[in-house]
Design a protein around this ligand. Structure first.
Ligand code: PMP
Length: 410
């Protein structure tokens, strides 16, 4: 049974982590993994999370019982409110089904499993480039994936024309996975007008959208601003199509390892002939079956923390300022890196580093330059040239700029 099992290469991202651990050079910089670090290079437990943990542990009904199959209601309700907004018509019209998922990855897996189960057999369109796990998640369930143009390397900007024409030429009713904000890996988001063109083209072709919302509030520090695309999408798409949203609390609550997330299906405004309540019940039952067979029930601890943050006004306010702390430090590092590169007269234009948003910058460095950064300077990043800006801090940003300057020049 086992002797002919194919040996797969190690995961590119987590392999960086293990090379880094083995590197004994005194100065080394991790710009690989997408996890926030404070200005001393350490993981940061958000003050709002610390306070929520205290509240939970002091509560008289503190325990480690199972959650229900659909997860913690206080989480799923709070999560949909944060994502869709207090004024959401979909929420007011009771058109949203939300269940807890195993962070964002689990929500995407649920999307894939659910679509396969209901017999969807069309292509899944992913941005080129995209987070590597998108392809893996959908293909693991048996879907074929295709790509739509996104990043134009020549201009380091959005290839809107290519993007929209891919939408128009995709078979009617295809699935498009859209990054809600802080596109990974490029850090490049469409502006409001570009989103309008993209979503209008999607409506024209009756495509189904899966929004992947992994960075809401983490990108700009403002939950509403980072939810722009999702909310515009619901406005435009809801007349005819369901919209799926995969939501992660890994980054914006800094709960990477606790796997808190939600999966939402927003139902279209149906005409009178459709019994939406009946359809919702059927969908909910299918989602429950997926969770029951794969997790039995979702993990409780992270869910309780996030739910407490979302439902306790004082902690919600603290969380908002925590997100500003993270996003503004990252924005500051973008500026410092660009300014150092300019001061060093590093060939090329580096303004895209400050124009990009969220955790990552698509630096434009070649795979060979990335390799030399690691080998000669102990600066680690993904071979595509994606740098996690969260790995920069006041002590290493100049060092990194000098290393980049050196590999670009020689
Ligand atoms: N989508 C994107 C685009 C991401 O970058 C990530 C995290 N790297 C995720 C989803 C999901 O992350 P998690 O499973 O940790 O919530």
């Amino acid at each position: 049974l086992l002797n002919n099992v194919e040996l797969l290469p190690p995961d590119a991202l987590f392999n960086i982590k293990s090379r880094l651990a083995k590197d004994s050079r005194p100065v080394k910089v991790d710009l690989g993994i997408g996890a926030y670090r404070d200005d001393t290079g350490k993981p940061w437990v958000l003050p709002s999370v610390r306070k929520a943990e205290k509240l939970i542990q002091q509560s008289t009904d503190y325990n480690h019982e199972y959650l229900s199959i659909g997860g913690l209601g206080a989480l799923t309700q709070g999560a949909s409110r944060v994502l869709l907004g207090d004024q959401s018509t979909a929420l007011k019209e009771n058109r949203v089904v939300s269940v807890q998922s195993l962070s964002g990855t689990g929500a995407l897996h649920m999307a894939a499993t659910f679509l396969a189960k209901v017999g969807h057999d069309k292509l899944i369109y992913l941005s080129d480039p995209t987070w590597a796990n998108h392809k893996a998640i959908f293909e693991m369930v048996g879907f074929k994936t295709a790509t739509y143009p996104y990043w134009d390397p020549a201009t380091k900007s959005l290839d809107l024309q290519g993007y929209v024409s891919a939408i128009k030429s995709a078979p009617q009713g295809s699935i498009f996975v859209l990054h809600a904000c802080a596109h990974n890996p490029t850090g490049l988001d469409p502006d409001h007008d570009q989103w309008t063109s993209i979503l209008d083209a999607i409506v024209e072709k009756d495509h189904i959208v899966i929004f992947d919302s992994a960075y809401q509030g983490f990108a700009s520090g403002d939950l509403d601003r980072d939810a722009f695309a999702v909310r515009l999408g619901l406005e435009k798409l809801s007349d005819a199509s369901p919209v799926i949203i995969c939501q992660s609390f890994a980054k914006n609550v800094g709960m990477y390892g606790e796997r808190a997330g939600c999966f939402h299906v927003v139902f279209p405004r149906q005409d009178q002939s459709v019994d939406t309540e009946k359809v919702k019940a059927a969908v909910t039952s299918q989602l429950a079956k997926i969770t029951r067979s794969e997790l039995s029930n979702p993990p409780a601890y992270g869910a309780k923390i996030v739910a407490t943050v979302l439902n306790t006004p004082e902690l919600t306010n603290q969380w908002h300022s925590d997100m500003v702390t993270m996003s503004s430090r990252i924005i500051k590092m973008r500026h410092e890196l660009r300014d150092h590169l300019v001061k060093l007269n590093t060939p090329g234009n580096w303004d895209h580093i400050v124009g990009q948003t969220g955790m990552f910058s698509y630096t434009g460095l070649s795979a060979e330059m990335v390799q030399r950064l690691e080998k000669e300077h102990a600066v680690y990043m993904v071979s595509s040239g994606r740098a996690s800006i969260a790995g920069l801090n006041s002590s290493n940003v100049e060092y990194v700029a000098k290393a980049i300057n050196e590999v670009v020049n020689h």
